[in-house]
Design a protein around this ligand. Structure first.
Ligand code: AMP
Ligand code: MG
Length: 492
């Protein structure tokens, strides 16, 4: 494990032409201090987690010091926000600080979110508040713990710098770590600004650094076709992951979509408590464009926007053909996830009505999505027909649930999988813990008063959400009524 000053950097992005971004130094925050560090992420970088307790770490990641091998850069990108093209986007409050070359061979972007003004800040102040930084920090760990591709967060730092949102809040930074920060919007920028030479440089950069199995020497048609197919594939798999754990992103603008299928840019996201397919977590999303059950369609819309942006590189027929693959890939991945949640190995015709009946029942009874599957994961087959009482806390009227349990029990008769193996599969697929909104909110309220204990406790359960963590079981409970209705500010 290395010291911060010993990290090896290989800054490939900053070597690209000047139209890709602007070199900017972060602006200092006052009296900075560490809130939390994620040792798992630190180790990915070969960085000794104890380094986070040094003054250099705190100063470096709050704009108060610099690192000789970093070359901070604000990336330029654009994108479609709520369906409208916006040419004025880019890193408005974040900087790509550099790319760490880890001993595993993996290269990691270090991005500092909340680093101050850049040429792309528009009317913004370039800052991030403690509240939203903690939300991203916890969500990154939660998604990684659930096995869904995501950007990571090394640490959250806070300060005494006042930042004005609905109220005065603390200025903070989040150190984001990701394979890449390339977004659909990077391609859209070069397309709409008619810089088609740069569009090609960008595509080749993506292939070279992130899709090494694509041969760069091939014809354009072949390599860009493979590149786009990969993006379609990765996106479909990411969405399948979101839909099966009940994650709503909230702001699926094309500038928040990663070309590597990483869950990217956590804002007003939410995990489902009660199963409500039309759940809208973003209170500024008046039309429900980004509602939970719209995500599969929106991702395809976003992929189509990306496809349009690469028309100078790839024929329309090939783009359309790749887009046609999205739905089947998503369906296959989602179906595999959901089958695992019910512990089903065989594929039978009657599974479709079994799933439909389950979703109907969950929706009409307003049953907690996570707890339903987790409770089911502990019931032996022979007890299913008499296990209705185990769900009593989850539903006012247990009748429909009991009827469904008997359908499920009948279905299990046809399973070759041993019952203990089914239960093992289900317990490793259905998390005990998810990042419930009200828990994140409580952790934030404590942190704003200087107590970071709950952040550490949540990190412990979210990083291994399939384990029991008996001492922290209260984090797995059904949220109180007030906790389901919390309106989270969308400002960040
Ligand atoms: P987001 O909603 O966080 O995905 O951000 C959309 C765009 O607004 C991006 O270009 C951000 O960099 C920019 N942005 C968001 N908040 C701020 C801020 N406080 N100051 C400057 N730019 C911001
Ligand atoms: Mg964004």
């Amino acid at each position: 494990m290395k010291k911060l000053s010993e990290l090896v950097f290989n800054n490939t992005y900053s070597a690209l032409p000047s139209s890709f971004g602007a070199f900017i130094q972060p602006q200092p925050l006052d009296n900075p201090f560490l809130v939390s560090v994620n040792p798992q992420v630190s180790e990915m970088l070969d960085l000794d987690p104890a380094q986070a307790n040094t003054q250099y770490f705190v100063d470096l990641f709050t704009g108060n010091d610099n690192h000789p091998a970093m070359s901070p850069l604000a990336m330029k990108y654009t994108g479609h926000q709520f369906g409208q093209y916006n040419p004025d986007l880019g890193d408005g409050r974040g900087l790509l600080m550099g790319e760490v070359q880890a001993s595993t061979g993996q290269k990691w972007d270090i991005h500092l979110k909340g680093s101050g003004l850049t040429p792309y800040s528009r009317q913004g102040d370039g800052r991030a508040v403690l509240r939203s930084s903690i939300r991203e920090y916890l969500a990154s760990a939660a998604m990684a713990g659930l096995g869904i591709k995501t950007t990571h967060a090394l640490a959250v730092l806070s300060s005494n710098t006042p930042v004005y949102r609905e109220t005065v809040e603390r200025g903070a930074t989040l150190i984001r770590v990701a394979e890449s920060h390339l977004r659909f919007g990077h391609f859209e920028y070069f397309f709409y600004s008619q810089q088609h030479g740069e569009l090609r440089i960008l595509a080749d950069y993506l292939i070279k650094h992130h899709f090494p199995d694509i041969d760069l020497q091939q014809d354009d048609a072949d390599r860009y076709n493979q590149m786009f197919k990969k993006i379609v594939n990765l996106t479909a798999e990411m969405i399948a992951g979101w839909q099966s754990v009940g994650f709503a992103h909230g702001v699926m603008n094309t500038d928040n979509m990663s070309v590597l299928g990483l869950t990217f840019d956590y804002g007003p996201y939410g995990f489902l408590d009660d199963y409500q397919p039309g759940f809208i977590c973003n209170h500024s999303d008046y039309s429900g464009r980004y509602a939970f059950n719209q995500q599969p369609t929106v991702a395809l819309w976003n992929l189509s926007a990306l496809g349009y942006a690469i028309t100078p590189l790839l024929a329309k027929e090939q783009i359309d053909h790749a887009l046609e693959q999205y739905q089947p890939i998503l369906q296959k991945a989602y179906s595999a996830n959901m089958r695992a949640k019910l512990g089903l190995k065989e594929k039978l015709k009657e599974d479709t009505p079994l799933f439909s009946a389950m979703f109907d029942m969950l929706k009409t009874q307003g049953i907690d999505y996570t707890l339903f599957f987790r409770t089911l994961s502990s019931i032996p087959h022979c007890e299913l027909n008499t296990s209705g009482h185990l769900f009593e806390d989850l539903s006012q009227d247990i009748g429909p649930l009991k009827s469904w349990l008997s359908l499920y029990s009948e279905r299990l008769e046809k399973e070759a999988l041993a019952d203990s193996d089914r239960l093992d599969l289900m317990r490793s697929t259905n998390p005990k813990f998810i990042l419930r909104n009200y828990l994140a909110q409580q952790a934030i309220e404590h942190a704003e008063k200087g107590d970071f204990t709950m952040i550490e406790q949540l990190m412990a359960v979210l990083q291994s959400p399939f384990d029991e963590h008996p001492e922290l079981s209260h984090f797995a409970e059904r949220p109180p009524e007030w906790g389901k209705k919390l309106e989270i500010s969308c400002s960040s």
